[in-house]
Write a protein that binds this ligand. Structure first.
Ligand code: ADP
Length: 593
């Protein structure tokens, strides 16, 4: 603890002197109200502090107290279902203390200190344990077991005592002997937000994070432990897609960071998410979710904190061996905060005024995702998937934040307002989006779903790309310029777009599609296309192909319930019947097209 004083206040940046022992990223309390801040620059006896609360009213000579500790989050049972602000203050508790508007300097513990949890030991007295091993577990919510792990600093310790029963997070649940000394273990612990939590090693992502959204899972899949970026111009369906991901992604834990979006956009999330039910368990979705809300009317610097707070919480659950999905909305607002602070620090600006380290900051954030072997002797795996939205001004994808993000992430879902106006939802443009996990996921598809899944994917992509070229010709010289084969291709592409890519988030049967059903649907559509071509070559009239009755059934196939997938296969048979019978007939003498 060291006391200094303010010499200058510049928006969220405060410069103080007298903090001679302070280190970079130490947490400080600023002014009489003890606002929370972090040291981000030390130069010539002055410390520049980024303050995470509104700084109005602060002035020179006001006290600054250095805590000597880095900004940390609290970890332990009670995190799930919580709604926090950027520096992990629970909004519901603050509300009960301070009313609807967050007043400054409010201190509220992130984790409830009074609540008792039933701790069930998973080791015995006398056992030898290492960092990361499970000492016991707590039923945090009815769907998630919170594991209490041996803290990372204890490499090889002996369990001296372990207690079963109801404890608060501050009571000891075990005593470990490490290097001849006894240490009490409590369920509550801290971790500095800017430091990635340790793991044994990173593995290449393999399995897809199944989202039930066809355009994502079949065309641009993201792996568990992967990274994705989704730009969302206003009205392009960004909120809906985020909800769909939070709801359907097969991750056990979801951490949602609302980082500086407009207050009303965040309200949508804050009001709607707690009402959603988890489709896998039927329990409230919040039982596996942590929300971090940091709206644009809160101080910009807090956006930085919220990003780090969120990813640290996500890492903590990953360490328990869970699949965690982290959604950050939007990283552009965070980048804008970096720009503002950098400007006030009078650093040399890079492109469009963003600091030169924008790219490395973004990379350091996404780097904390991944599929890892966790600490602990059981070699369990955990994954952290990071999905960041970006909101480029005017939808301009060439601006620095999008470009810097695209250099890092491996999946890009290009949401487009043009498609949204055409009511094509999800409005992900299939021509600009990509996934670099396809090679890995292709193996998974082959093993878990069907050998020819990848071929179907490739064929569909080819058709869609060819359609884009042909559309250009049609636009210039009209549909008559196309050959019959090209007309059939255009129909095939239309079917892929309308019967596969378009998915109504609000239709019970359409909102989620399993991988198996996605495979059957695409197979049906491609089958129809290929047989159409064949039938034409064998002489079937073009108009009969284009107006085939079975097309109506193909269009409705996406509404076939999951438990009746056989029906989709039946439609395949009908396709064969309608196209091939005719083909035979034409062979026997009737004229084709
Ligand atoms: P944004 O957050 O980008 O401004 P929203 O997510 O609120 O846009 O979407 C705008 C509207 O688009 C929604 O109210 C909804 O009617 C429609 N929409 C978006 N995605 C879908 C979808 N997958 N299925 C059906 N409708 C959708």
């Amino acid at each position: 603890m060291e006391l200094g004083k303010i010499v200058k206040v510049s928006g969220p940046l405060v410069v103080a002197e007298g903090l001679t022992n302070a280190k970079m990223y130490d947490m400080v309390r600023v002014g009489k109200e003890k606002l929370i801040g972090e040291i981000i620059e030390l130069r010539g006896g002055f410390a520049s502090i980024q303050v995470y609360e509104e700084t109005s009213g602060l002035g020179p000579e006001d006290p600054v107290l250095s805590t000597g500790e880095p900004l940390s989050v609290e970890l332990g049972p009670g995190l799930l279902s919580s709604i926090y602000d950027g520096i992990q203050r629970p909004l519901d508790v603050i509300r009960s203390v301070a009313g609807d508007f967050v007043i400054r300097g409010v201190d509220a513990p992130a984790i409830n200190r009074e609540k008792k949890w039933h701790f069930k030991p998973l080791v015995k007295k006398g056992d030898t344990v290492t960092a990361g091993d499970f000492l016991g577990e707590v039923e945090e919510t009815s769907i998630i077991k919170h594991k209490i792990m041996v803290p990372p600093q204890f490499q090889k310790a002996t369990v001296k005592e372990i207690f079963e029963g109801d404890f608060t997070v501050e009571e000891r649940v075990a005593i470990l002997e490490f290097e001849g000394k006894e240490h009490e273990v409590k369920m509550l612990n801290q971790w500095p937000v800017r430091k990635a939590r340790p793991y044994k090693r990173k593995l290449a992502p393999y399995a897809p994070l199944i989202t039930g959204q066809r355009v994502i899972d079949t065309f641009f899949p993201i792996a568990k432990g992967g990274t994705a970026c989704v730009p969302g111009p206003f009205g392009s369906g960004k909120t809906v897609i985020q909800h769909q991901l939070a709801k359907w992604a097969d991750a056990e834990i979801v951490v949602f960071i609302g980082c500086g979006e407009r207050g009303n956009e965040m309200t949508d999330v804050l009001i709607e998410l707690p009402q959603l039910l988890d489709p896998y368990t039927g329990k409230p979705l919040m039982e596996r979710t942590i929300l971090i809300a940091n709206t644009s009317n809160m101080p910009v610097a807090a956006r930085e904190a919220s990003i780090y707070t969120g990813i640290t919480l996500a890492e903590y659950f990953r360490d328990m061996g869970y699949n965690v999905a982290l959604q950050a909305d939007s990283t552009s607002r965070w980048a804008e905060a970096l720009r503002e602070i950098s400007g006030r620090l009078e650093e040399m600006p890079g492109e469009e005024g963003y600091p030169a380290y924008l790219g490395s900051r973004l990379a350091a954030f996404y780097e904390r995702s991944g599929r890892v072997v966790c600490l602990g002797s059981d070699n369990r795996e955990g994954t952290l998937t990071a999905i960041g939205s970006v909101s480029p001004p005017g939808g301009d994808l060439s601006e620095p934040v999008v470009q810097a993000t695209l250099r890092i992430v491996k999946v890009f879902w290009g949401l487009e307002d043009r498609l949204a106006y055409e009511r094509h939802f999800p409005a992900i443009n299939w021509l600009i989006s990509y996934s670099l996990y396809l090679d890995k996921i292709e193996e998974y598809w082959g093993e878990q779903v069907a050998q020819d899944y990848k071929n179907l994917h490739d064929e569909a992509m080819k058709i869609l790309q060819r359609e884009a070229e042909l559309k250009e010709i049609v636009r210039l010289v009209g549909i008559d310029a196309l050959s019959p084969e090209e007309r059939i291709l255009m129909e095939g592409a239309k079917s892929i777009r309308e019967d596969f890519l378009q998915q109504n988030a609000f239709n019970e049967l359409d909102s989620f599609t399993s991988l198996k059903k996605q495979y059957y649907l695409l197979r049906l559509i491609i089958h129809f296309y290929q047989l159409s071509l064949k039938a034409f070559q064998q002489g079937k009239p073009l108009n009969e192909i284009l107006e085939a009755k079975v097309k109506e059934k193909i269009a409705r196939a996406k509404f076939v319930p999951e438990e009746k997938l056989e029906e989709i296969k039946k439609i395949e048979k009908e396709v064969e019947k309608e196209l091939q019978v005719e083909a035979v007939r034409t062979k026997n003498g009737r004229q084709g097209c």
